[in-house]
Design a protein around this ligand. Structure first.
Ligand SMILES: Cc1ncc(COP(=O)(O)O)c(C=O)c1O
Length: 393
C-alpha cells in the first residue's frame, strides 16, 4: 500500500533535453543544489537572525548583501525576495491600489497579474495587442484615455511584460512607461521571462517596479522571486506594521506588511543566492542563447508548412510555432494521432512539449549546449522525414 510520503520519480526524465517554456530558466545550478541540501531545514537561515529581526537584515548567511546586490543589479533602489513573481505583483497592488481603482494590464498579461489586481479589488483593464502581437505605447495611451473617460478615474498602476509568455516577444517598455508617467501612473515591469535570462535595468527602462521569478528564470527553487522598486515607491511598498495588540499593547517593529514579516526562508532564498553569481554571468551571454536557438528555429522552418508565430528574427528563446500544415498533417492519419509527435520526441530524449500538441505550441531553447541545439534541430528533421514531410535542405 502506498502512503502520502511515497515519492515517485519525476515524470520528466531529468537527463532529457527539456524544452518546456516555463522550466528551462529555473533549472538549478550545482551550487543551488548544494545549498538546497545544506539549508533543507525549515528555518535554517534563521540561526543568526539578530536584531532587527527580519530576513533582509540577516548577515550570516549574507542575505542582507544579497538584497542590496539584487537591487543594484537591476538598476533599482530596493529589493525583496518573495515567493514567486505573483507575490511581487500582489505586494505592489497592496501598496498602491485601492478597491475599485482601475489597473491597466495587457492582452498578453499572465493570469497571476489579473489575480494580483483582483486580490485588492481593482478593476482590470487591458491594453489590446496589435496585429503583430505587440503592446505599443500608442495602444497604452489610447487605453489610459479610454479608462479615464469611462471610469472617471486615473488608473492606479500599469502592468507590462518585458517579454510575454505567449509569443516571447519584446514590447516597447520605455515608450509605454513614458506614456504612463505622463498620466502619473506607476509602471510595473513583469520580468518573469527576462530577469535572470537577459540583462535588465529598471532605471534604463524607466519603470518603477521590476518583478522577477526565481523558479522560472533565476535557477532557483520554487516558490521564489523578487520585487524591486525605485526610491519613490519603496516606503509605500515595504511599509512596516503599525498594528498593536489591544490587550497586550504589543507592536511588531520593522516587520513589513506586504512581506508578511519575512518571506523566503531556507531552501528558496539559499538556492536563489547560490545561483546568483552564475545568473549574473549567464545574462551576459544572451546573444549566445539566441544563436543556439536559431539553430533549432532554422531547422523547424526548413520543414515545409511550418510557421513561426513569434517575432522573427527571434529575440527570445521562447517561441510560438504553428505546425498545423506540417506535423499536424501527420496526426490526421497516424495511429497515435497527435501523440505520435511527443512520443517521437520522447524516444529521442526530448521532453517538455505538451503531449498531443501538433497544432500551435511553444518551446524554449534556453540553456541548451551547442550540441544539444544541433541534436534537437536534427531530431525535428528526422521526425519530419520519417513521417513523409518535405524538408528543404
Ligand atoms: C509572464 C508570467 N508572469 C508571471 C508568472 C508567474 O510567476 P511565478 O510562478 O513566479 O509567480 C508567470 C508564470 O508562468 C508568467 O509566465
Amino acid at each position: 500500500m502506498r502512503c502520502a510520503g511515497d515519492i515517485d520519480a519525476r515524470q520528466v526524465d531529468e537527463t532529457a533535453i527539456n524544452i518546456d517554456p516555463i522550466q528551462v530558466g529555473g533549472r538549478l545550478t550545482a551550487d543551488a543544489m548544494k545549498a538546497v541540501i545544506a539549508y533543507g531545514d525549515g528555518y535554517s537561515v534563521c540561526d543568526n537572525c539578530r536584531k532587527p529581526f527580519r530576513l533582509d537584515y540577516i548577515k550570516k548567511p549574507p542575505i542582507a548583501d544579497f538584497h542590496a546586490d539584487l537591487a543594484s543589479w537591476l538598476g533599482m533602489d530596493a529589493c525583496r525576495v518573495v515567493p514567486g513573481a505573483r507575490r511581487g505583483f500582489q505586494a505592489v497592488c497592496q501598496g498602491l491600489v485601492q478597491k475599485g481603482d482601475p489597473v491597466i494590464l495587457t492582452a498578453l498579461s499572465h493570469y497571476t497579474e489579473f489575480i494580483a489586481a483582483e486580490s485588492v479589488g481593482a478593476v482590470p483593464r487591458e491594453i489590446p495587442k496589435d496585429g503583430k502581437n505587440h503592446i505599443t505605447a500608442d495602444a497604452a495611451a489610447e487605453t489610459i484615455e479610454r479608462v479615464i473617460k469611462t471610469e472617471g478615474k486615473t488608473p492606479a498602476l500599469l502592468f507590462v511584460e518585458g517579454v510575454d509568455y505567449q509569443f516571447g516577444n519584446h514590447h516597447d517598455i520605455r515608450g509605454i512607461a513614458k506614456v504612463a508617467h505622463s498620466y502619473d501612473i506607476p509602471v510595473l515591469y513583469n520580468g518573469a521571462y527576462t530577469v535572470g535570462i537577459l540583462p535588465v535595468s529598471g532605471k534604463e527602462l524607466g519603470v518603477d517596479f521590476v518583478i522577477g521569478s526565481g523558479h522560472k528564470s533565476m535557477a532557483a527553487p520554487a516558490p521564489s522571486g523578487l520585487v524591486a522598486t525605485n526610491a519613490e515607491y519603496a516606503e509605500r511598498i515595504f511599509a512596516t506594521t503599525a498594528v498593536k495588540g489591544d490587550q497586550t499593547g504589543r507592536t511588531f517593529g520593522i516587520k513589513e506588511v506586504a512581506m508578511m514579516g519575512c518571506t523566503l526562508m531556507g531552501v528558496t532564498v539559499m538556492g536563489m543566492m547560490a545561483s546568483f553569481p552564475h545568473v549574473k554571468e549567464r545574462v551576459l551571454a544572451w546573444d549566445e542563447e539566441l544563436r543556439k536557438g536559431k539553430i533549432v528555429i532554422d531547422s523547424l522552418l526548413s520543414i515545409e508548412g511550418t510557421k513561426i508565430l513569434s517575432d522573427m528574427p527571434r529575440e527570445h528563446t521562447l517561441t510560438r510555432i504553428d505546425t498545423r500544415e506540417s506535423f499536424d498533417r501527420v496526426a490526421e492519419t497516424h495511429k497515435k494521432r497527435g501523440f505520435y509527435f511527443t512520443s517521437a520526441l520522447g524516444k529521442r530524449g526530448i521532453a517538455g512539449v505538451i503531449p498531443g500538441a501538433t497544432k500551435i505550441w511553444k518551446f524554449n531553447t534556453y540553456g541548451m549546449t551547442e550540441s544539444q541545439a544541433d541534436y534537437t534541430a536534427n531530431a525535428f528533421l528526422d521526425i519530419a522525414r520519417e513521417n513523409g514531410l518535405a524538408v528543404n535542405d
